[in-house]
Design a protein around this ligand. Structure first.
Ligand SMILES: [Zn+2]
Length: 385
C-alpha cells in the first residue's frame, strides 16, 4: 500500500506522456460523444478497489474532488501480475450436456468440474461481444475465457416439465452456470449459444421465454445457420454453395431470432460442421449479407478446432476465422481443453493476463509488433517495463 511517491509520480508522468503521444499519433478513431468520459477514465488505471472506494464516498463529496481522489489510487502492479493483454484466449466449444459422457457430450458433473478448474486456475468468463470489441474487464491478474455452446440442444437450456411454471433444470448448462455464479460471482455469468431453427433448445413452448431469460442475464445468442446447413457444399450432390444459399441460411437465422428478440444484434456465427465455402467471394457472404430485408454482419466467425485465439486487436487475429477449443476429454487429439490448460500451466507467459481495465491495453514492452493499432479504438496503449 505504501508505494513510493516517486514511483507513483513517474507512473502518472508516463500515462500523461502516452496520452499525448496517442493524440499526436492520430491513432484515435473518429470522436464519439462518449470520448470525454473515456478520457476521464484514461487518467488513471481503474481497479475494482477504486470503484469500491467511489461507492463508499460520503454523500457530501461532489464530482470534482472525487476525480482527484480517483487519480490518487495506486496503479495495478502490471509487472507483478505479469499482465499481458496480447496473450492467448481460449474460446471453448461445448455441444451437449447430458447424462452420458461422449465425444460431443459433457455430463453435468464434468461441466461443473470444468468451471471449477477454470476458476481455480484464474480464468474468468467473458461474452463474445466483449471479445469482439476487445472490452475485457476481468479482474487484474486473471485470464478471460469464452464459453460457447453449439446446436441449441435441450441439455443446454432445459425447463423442467412442471406445467406452466418456468423452472430451469439445475443440471442443464444454464442451471449449472447460474449455480456456479452464485458461489463464485466473480467468475461471470457469460456464455454464447449458437442456435438453429425451427426449435432452439427443443422445447417449443419455452423458446421465447428462454431467449429473454438468457439475454436479460447477460448471456448471448449467436447464429448457427437456419437449419444447420453445411455452408461449403450440398453433401449429397457435392455441389458447392453459392452466395444466395449462404445468405438465406444465415439471414433466416437472424430473422427468426429478431422475431423473438426485436432489435437483438446477432453478430457472431459458429460454422455448422466447421465448414466454410472454398470460394473467397462466397465466403464474403458468410461475413456479411442480407436475406429478405434482414441484414447480418458476423464480426466473429468461429471454427471447430483446435487452438486458442488471440485478442481482437492482435496482428495475428482474423476474426473471420476464430479458432475454438473442444471442451471435452474424449478424442481430443492433444488439443482439448485439458491439454491447453496444461499447456498454459507450463507456458504462463503465453496467457492473456488482464489489467482489469477494459479501456487500456497493457503488455510488457517489446511486444508492440503484435499490436494492430488500427483495431485498438479509443483504448489507451500501455506498455510497461
Ligand atoms: Zn452444430
Amino acid at each position: 500500500m505504501v508505494l513510493g511517491i516517486k514511483k507513483y509520480t513517474a507512473f502518472i508522468l508516463i500515462i500523461v506522456l502516452m496520452t499525448l503521444t496517442a493524440c499526436a499519433g492520430g491513432d484515435r478513431d473518429i470522436s464519439t460523444p462518449t470520448e470525454n468520459q473515456d478520457q476521464q477514465d484514461e487518467t488513471g488505471v481503474t481497479t475494482p478497489e477504486d470503484e469500491r472506494d467511489e461507492d463508499s464516498q460520503s454523500e457530501e463529496s461532489e464530482e470534482e474532488p472525487l476525480e482527484e481522489e480517483e487519480e490518487m489510487q495506486p496503479p495495478v502492479d502490471l509487472k507483478g501480475l505479469k499482465v499481458n493483454e496480447l496473450g492467448k484466449i481460449m474460446v471453448l466449444m461445448y455441444h451437449g450436456i447430458g447424462e452420458e459422457e461422449d465425444v460431443w457430450v459433457r455430463t453435468p458433473e464434468n461441466f461443473r468440474k470444468d468451471l471449477q478448474i477454470l476458476y481455480d486456475k484464474g480464468y474468468r468468463a467473458i461474452g463474445m461481444k466483449d471479445y469482439i470489441q476487445g472490452n475485457i474487464d476481468t479482474p487484474p491478474g486473471t485470464t478471460p475465457v469464452i464459453i460457447t455452446f453449439d446446436d441449441g440442444l435441450r441439455g443446454q437450456f432445459n425447463v423442467l416439465d412442471e406445467g406452466d411454471e418456468f423452472v430451469v433444470d439445475p443440471d442443464c448448462a444454464v442451471g449449472i452456470l447460474e449455480d456456479f455464479n452464485k458461489e463464485h460471482p466473480d467468475f461471470g455469468l457469460k456464455a454464447t449459444f449458437y442456435v438453429f431453427y425451427p426449435t432452439p433448445f427443443k422445447q417449443e413452448k419455452w423458446v421465447s421465454k428462454k431467449f429473454q431469460y438468457l439475454t436479460e442475464k447477460g448471456m448471448e445468442i449467436g447464429n448457427h445457420a437456419y437449419n444447420h446447413e453445411n455452408l461449403r457444399m450440398d453433401m449429397s450432390t457435392k455441389e458447392p454453395r453459392d452466395a444466395q444459399f449462404v445468405q438465406e441460411a444465415l439471414g433466416r437465422n437472424v430473422m427468426m431470432t429478431r422475431e423473438i428478440l426485436p432489435g437483438y444484434e446477432v453478430d457472431s456465427l459458429a460454422l455448422p460442421y466447421g465448414a466454410t465455402p472454398k470460394d473467397e467471394d462466397v465466403y464474403q457472404y458468410v461475413i456479411k449479407g442480407s436475406f429478405d430485408g434482414t441484414e447480418y454482419h458476423n464480426k466473429a466467425i468461429l471454427l471447430v478446432g483446435a487452438n486458442p485465439a488471440k485478442p481482437s486487436y492482435h496482428k495475428d487475429t482474423n476474426m473471420a476465422r476464430t479458432p475454438r477449443i473442444r471442451a471435452s476429454e474424449m478424442d481430443t487429439e492433444g488439443v482439448g481443453l485439458y491439454d491447453w490448460l496444461d499447456y498454459f500451466d507450463r507456458n504462463p507467459e503465453e496467457r492473456y493476463i488482464s489489467d482489469g481495465d477494459p479501456n487500456t491495453i497493457s503488455y510488457p514492452k517489446g511486444m508492440e509488433e503484435h499490436l494492430d493499432k488500427s483495431r485498438t479504438g479509443d483504448k489507451l496503449i500501455q506498455p510497461y517495463e
